[in-house]
Design a protein around this ligand. Structure first.
Ligand code: NAP
Length: 259
């Protein structure tokens, strides 16, 4: 059974790895092509956009796929809207694998905001030392509040984005651990951390480190992300795929379940 996984996350890599050892499935993983050197995978990978929902629907039909799994990042909302539309157009089942958001616990000092522009505003008027972990595409929002001193951590360097004047880039790839994050925040005299509420274990260490150091966190809430059948973990996705009859005619009702 041909499966297309929309990826760019650890969950997508985990699912692809599990499915690669299962003879029932023939998997293709799709990446947007944003990261210069993506992690190696044990399944075939294609890269780049499809050209909207219609392009994705065409790709699914032409490729003889029997199911689509959206395992994209919680902040990647456009591709998920396209996945829902393409599943409806083709009648293919759509499973949406999404990790839980982080929850504020005792000792956390979060200010939750709707988007990165609100995060920039939430930093206030007084100059502060800020650690930005919102991804390279979102850094431009902070050029509008140039009074702060910024350190940003990204996988690849930002391109074509206006940056604030006092800006230092650190390039690193998750996972990160709490002791290293705590040492980094202390050494860099960080006063406030800006993070997306991505969820998951790989990048949670900065949140725990900020709690331990009693630092403020500006937390960007998740956008609305359209979904098909919601699947919590990669193993749930495998169980769901196992229930699909690859010979059944495409059924729009299956794809609409849970949307
Ligand atoms: P987005 O705004 O939802 O998508 C923008 C466009 O990029 C889509 O319309 C699609 O182009 C293309 N695209 C996105 N994901 C794709 C995929 N897996 N395969 C093929 N094309 C894809 O997405 P984004 O926020 O820019 O994120 C891009 C990728 O980075 C995603 O795969 C996501 O999982 C990963 N990622 C995002 C974040 C984040 O904070 N946004 C963090 C970590 C990883 P077409 O319309 O032309 O098909």
């Amino acid at each position: 059974m041909r499966i297309l996984i929309l990826g760019g996350t650890r969950e997508a890599r985990t699912l692809a790895t599990l499915l690669s050892g299962d003879a029932r499935f023939d998997v293709l993983l799709s990446l947007a092509g944003r990261t210069a050197n993506p992690a190696a995978l044990p399944v075939p990978v294609r890269s780049g956009g499809f050209g909207g929902a219609d392009g994705l629907a065409r790709f699914l039909k032409d490729g003889g796929f029997a199911a689509l799994i959206d395992a994209t990042h919680p902040f990647a909302a456009n591709i998920s809207a396209n996945a829902v539309a393409a599943a409806q157009e083709t009648g293919l089942p759509l499973g949406s694998l999404q990790r839980e958001p982080w929850r504020e616990i005792e000792g956390d000092r979060w200010t939750t905001v709707a988007d990165v522009h609100a995060a920039a505003d939430a930093l206030g008027t007084e100059p502060r030392r800020v650690f930005l972990t919102v991804g390279r595409q979102e850094l431009g929002a902070f050029a509008t509040v140039p009074q702060h001193s910024y350190i940003a951590r990204t996988i690849d360097p930002p391109q074509g984005v206006a940056l604030p004047p006092d800006f230092t880039l650190v390039q690193a790839r998750p996972p990160f651990d709490v002791s290293a994050e705590t040492a980094f925040l202390s050494e860099q005299r960080i006063a406030v951390l800006v993070s997306k509420n991505s969820g998951g274990d790989e990048t949670y260490a900065k949140i725990a480190a900020a709690r331990a150091l009693e630092l403020s966190v500006v937390m960007v809430a998740r956008p609305h992300k359209p979904a098909g059948v919601r699947l919590a973990r990669p193993v749930d996705a495998i169980a769901w795929l196992g229930e699909i009859d690859p010979h059944a005619p495409p059924s729009p009702t299956i794809s609409r379940r849970g949307v």
